[in-house]
Design a protein around this ligand. Structure first.
Ligand code: NAD
Length: 247
């Protein structure tokens, strides 16, 4: 088991990529704190996965609220005795022509998708420094690498996550803290549920592998980056995109 005895936090862990990552981390032997704003689903997932050997707890955390993030890290350390891993995954989609995008919508996307990732890293780093090391994985996107129409705030946030990941990797390498990101292509999760069939078919056609990704395929990349199998990988932005950006 890749993560035997490790202590992890997954933000946005109640749904989609986060949920599958929680499932895989638990299967790999980690104790996990699920952080989300969807309390009913998060609590249910924690109850389903916890066993005598594996602690799985849920905490309400809005990643735009620094006090809640600080409390989340404190709770993980109190429950597990340490923090080895955080997957900063909570995020929202945003689609609007840029000339019609309100400043409020712009700010909300940046607040959750970029500021939230920074704040989680800030507080996780404090715990990891005390623990002698750790592994931070941020959720970016193909849209941190390439542009797309009508996604200005999302693309700007994910581009920020890509380079924030590099900056933190360089800054904390000497503390034995690795910082990486996963950059998914389009993945079949509730985030895509608003899209009509024609749009989904178009998105499928943009992936050379000829399909959308599955959340468990991103989860596998995250648990790899979290594990000692990735011990010489830091500052990487791992594209898991069915070839989307290779064209
Ligand atoms: N699905 C895709 O195609 C795709 C592609 C690239 C990147 N991503 C990224 O993957 C991550 C997960 O997306 P998903 O597709 O699993 O979506 P999802 O909607 O299934 O899950 C997102 C989770 O984040 C939670 N969340 C939203 N706002 C939050 C907040 N303020 N604080 C805490 N939790 C919050 C939601 O409650 C939900 O449980 C996001 O960062 C997203 O940008 C998704």
């Amino acid at each position: 088991m890749r993560l035997q005895g490790k202590a992890a936090i997954v933000t946005g862990g109640a749904s989609g990529i986060g949920e599958y990552t929680v499932r895989d981390m638990v299967e790999q032997g980690a104790h996990v704190l699920i952080a989300d704003i969807n309390d009913a689903v998060g609590e249910q997932l924690a109850q389903e996965l916890r066993t005598e050997e594996t602690k799985v707890i849920y905490q309400h955390v809005d990643v735009t609220d620094e006090a809640q993030i600080a409390a989340m890290v404190e709770q993980a350390v109190a429950e597990f005795g340490k923090l080895d891993i955080i997957f900063s995954n909570a995020g929202i989609g945003s689609m609007a022509p840029s000339h019609e995008l309100s400043y409020e919508d712009w700010h909300r996307t940046i607040a959750i998708n970029l500021d939230g990732v920074f704040l989680c890293a800030k507080h996780a780093l404090r715990a990891m420094k005390q623990n002698g090391g750790g592994s931070i994985i941020n959720c970016a996107s193909i849209l941190g690498h390439v542009g797309q129409a009508a996604t200005a705030s999302y693309t700007a946030a994910k581009g920020g996550v890509v380079n924030l990941t590099r900056a933190l990797a360089v800054e904390y390498a000497k503390e034995n803290i690795r910082v990486n990101a996963v950059c998914p292509g389009y993945i079949d999760t509730p985030l895509l549920s608003q899209l009509d069939d024609a749009t989904k078919q178009h998105l499928i056609s943009l992936h050379p592998l000829g399909r959308l990704g599955k959340p468990e395929e991103i989860a596998k990349a995250v648990t790899f980056l979290a594990s000692d199998d990735a011990s010489f990988i830091t500052g990487a932005n791992l594209l898991v995109d069915g070839g989307y950006t290779a064209q």
